[in-house]
Design a protein around this ligand. Structure first.
Ligand code: GLU
Length: 312
């Protein structure tokens, strides 16, 4: 793999939509925030189509998203990458983890995991895997590959290797105990699908991404990604998670919760609403063209970041 070009003072950001439907307002907010942050830093902004989850990918949705981004004035600095074309990179990363002993084959079914006594602990909808196959398959057939997370250190220990900390540029200091809150997690699923966590870490590293800007629904995945970066010996980017857009029922806006596709004939209106969601103070009267919006929004984003820093 050749090293990605380090242009634009080294900053490389990205927007990584999953093509499960057309671009909706929630994903527009993530696109706008990642684009503004890249431009505010004089950096490069890339688009990566996360079409690795075959069963969830809707035919035509990726092309539709890319066309909408263009209509909305988002110009990527490199041609888009497609995860479905990068499977050999995920395979190579898994092989590296196998060779280093970081992963193990797991033969447990979802039902066995859910039935396990040790498994009473539920967090959101994620089951904490009790480590049944950590030391061998016990006659079961390998179904998935799991990454070992560190064991919790005794309470009196100075350092707990399972505790991952990071400073989110929007949300502030974060921490997650991988041993008690996550457990050994799957990188290659029983159905042969590569897990998002592996693909995103491999791609961010291979594309030389220095700054990840995305929705706060992924805040909970970040500690897992940092641990995986450490296991693969690749750099950890800076993270910024913007507030999630909710619908009237208080659910994250997504295709499943009834998010409507954006009206691509009226980009400015949706962009102004996305800027408002990000708390950007734009000039009055509101900019009347996409170009004026972009220039104004970049300045407003810089002021918003300064404000977040001042209140940290
Ligand atoms: N593909 C993910 C999504 O659409 C985003 C992944 C990321 O930004 O890390 O939710």
């Amino acid at each position: 793999m050749s090293a990605p070009a380090r242009t634009h003072k080294g900053y490389r950001g990205r927007f990584a939509p999953s093509p499960t439907g057309p671009l909706h307002f929630g994903s527009l907010v993530s696109a706008l925030a990642s684009w503004l942050d890249a431009r505010a830093h004089g950096g490069a902004w890339l688009v990566r189509v996360e079409d690795i989850d075959g069963p969830r990918t809707v035919p035509g949705a990726a092309e539709d998203i890319l066309a909408t981004l263009e209509r909305f004035g988002f110009q990527a600095d490199e041609p888009p990458e497609w995860q479905s074309r990068r499977v050999s990179l995920y395979r190579a990363a898994l092989d590296q983890l196998i060779a280093a002993g970081h992963v193990y084959p797991c033969g447990c079914t979802r039902k066995e995991i859910a039935d396990s006594q040790l498994y009473a602990h539920r967090r959101n909808t994620t089951l904490i895997y009790p480590g049944t196959c950590r030391n061998g398959l016990h006659g079961k057939t390998a179904r998935a590959w799991r990454l070992r997370v560190p064991d919790d250190a005794p309470a009196q220990a100075a350092n707990n290797p399972a505790l991952i900390r990071f400073d989110d540029r929007w949300q502030g200091p974060q921490q997650q105990d991988l041993a008690t809150e996550v457990g050994d997690f799957v990188l290659l699923r029983a159905d042969g699908q590569w897990a998002y966590q592996l693909a995103v870490v491999v791609d961010d590293a291979a594309q030389g991404i220095t700054h990840v800007v995305r929705g706060a629904d992924l805040l909970d995945s970040t500690a897992r990604q940092i641990w995986l970066q450490q296991c693969l010996a690749v750099p950890t980017p800076a993270y910024l998670h913007v507030p999630v857009v909710m619908n009237e029922e208080g659910e994250k806006l997504s295709k499943q919760t009834g998010a409507l596709a954006l009206d691509a004939t009226r980009p400015l209106e949706a962009l102004l609403a996305a800027a408002r969601h990000l708390g950007l103070a734009l000039r009055e009267p509101a900019p009347a063209t996409l170009e004026a919006f972009q220039a104004d929004a970049i300045d407003a984003w810089k002021r918003r970041l300064a404000q977040l820093q001042a209140t940290a």
